[in-house]
Design a protein around this ligand. Structure first.
Ligand SMILES: *[C@@H]1O[C@H](CO)[C@@H](O)[C@H](O)[C@H]1NC(C)=O
Ligand SMILES: *[C@@H]1O[C@H](CO)[C@@H](O)[C@H](O)[C@H]1NC(C)=O
Length: 374
């Protein structure tokens, strides 16, 4: 009797325990289930919101019915895109030197260096400046890359019938893309000039301490924008359009990156106001953000591994940098010039990022480029 009683007791106790357990385990998983369902919903919501916020609106293509007008001549590339250009200097038939200019970030073809008419005439220089893909009146390139920019330059030269060789001059981020041309189309170049060129902090040849020092000498907001472009390129549009953190200073039209010397040149730089609206007219994503992503992605080559494109001295490569440049730290250009002895390095004492706008500087640059030995 004791046994069954005990057994009953035990079973009753275990039944109660079981019930308690059941009650416990029946309420918590429900709450846990609700919480985890809620967090999934929340996560999906955040992802959906971010996905929407990160997705740029479609481009406002030049020359389409609702798009901005086409005001300059354009060539049509083999893939159907147009590139818009302006020509200055002597006619290309008469020219002794044909120079293509590659503009910088948040710029356009009208930002070509102010080379004087006297120098253009005296030396017989034809100067061609074009809107890079997505800027101004040139169609955006969904496949924009470090290489595609060099290919655009080559195709532009061929469509414009510039002949087998031409000179190249690039400013700021346009200077960085001169490296692309030295990599992919060196046989087409008669000479090249990089002026206040941008550098990519992830080029492997830079010593870590050097690139991180140069990187940290930038404004904090620019460090963040570059970090996002490099590590999370698909968030670049969102980062530079959201309102909580400050975007890249240039995008926000901040003048914080101007050195004292640059500020002296402000009246000349502000002449850009006449055409500034053209720069981003097709959409900031298609002009600025794609440019940022390509400039700061992991490049498929390191410029410091390039071989001398002119071993026979029938051409030269010049690199100009102002020692007071606050947009792109001079230390990286100094290092590149040490690594590449075939680059003729010109450091401009007291020069800021925009030193080519100082009196006579653009003339000096273009003369050195075409004469090769200055
Ligand atoms: C980086 O480190 C090297 C040696 O490791 C040193 O020679 C060089 O001066 C350092 N450069 C900077 C910018 O700190
Ligand atoms: C360039 O970076 C160095 C640190 O590497 C810093 O000392 C210097 O002030 C920076 N130059 C400019 C003009 O910002």
């Amino acid at each position: 009797m004791a046994a069954p009683g005990a057994s009953r007791k035990i079973s009753a106790a275990s039944a109660r325990a079981h019930t308690r357990k059941k009650q416990k385990s029946s309420s918590f998983p429900v709450i846990r289930g609700i919480v985890s369902k809620l967090s999934v919903v929340l996560l999906v919501g955040v992802v959906a919101w971010l996905y929407n916020a990160a997705r740029p609106p479609p481009p406002n293509i030049c020359g389409t019915p609702n798009g901005p007008p086409v005001t300059s001549p354009r060539i049509k590339l083999n893939d159907g895109r147009h590139l818009s250009y302006i020509e200055t200097g002597v006619s290309k038939e008469k020219a002794r030197y044909k120079v293509i200019f590659i503009h910088g970030f948040d710029c356009c073809k009208h930002d070509v260096f102010p080379v004087s008419q006297e120098i253009l005439d005296e030396f017989g220089i034809y100067l061609l400046s074009f809107d890079r893909a997505g800027y101004g009146e040139s169609d955006p390139n969904p496949k924009l890359s470090v290489k595609s920019i060099a290919e655009d330059v080559e195709e532009l030269a061929d469509k414009m019938a510039l002949g087998s060789k031409f000179y190249l001059m690039g400013f700021s981020m346009g200077g960085a893309y001169v490296w692309s041309c030295l990599k992919y189309i060196p046989h087409r170049l008669a000479g090249a000039g990089l002026v206040s060129p941008g550098s990519n902090y992830w080029w492997p040849s830079f010593p870590k301490n050097l690139s991180s020092d140069a990187y940290r000498s930038r404004l904090a907001q620019d460090q963040w924008a570059i970090r996002v472009a490099h590590y999370a390129p698909s968030l670049t549009y969102w980062w530079n359009t959201q309102k909580w953190f400050r975007p890249l200073s240039v995008i926000a039209a901040s003048t914080n990156i101007l050195s004292d010397k640059d500020r002296e040149l402000l009246p000349k730089i502000l002449a850009r106001k006449q055409y500034q609206a053209q720069v981003r007219q097709q959409g900031e994503f298609y002009s600025l953000h794609r440019d940022l992503i390509v400039a700061y992605c992991s490049w498929e080559f390191d410029p410091m591994d390039l071989k001398n494109p002119f071993p026979d001295s029938k051409g030269s490569v010049h690199l100009w940098h102002g020692s007071q440049d606050q947009a792109v730290n001079v230390s990286l250009s100094r290092y590149i010039s040490q690594k590449l002895p075939w680059v003729q390095y010109h450091e401009v004492p007291d020069g800021g990022h925009f030193f080519p706008h100082a009196d006579g500087m653009s003339d000096t640059i273009v003369k050195a480029l075409v004469l090769g030995d200055q």
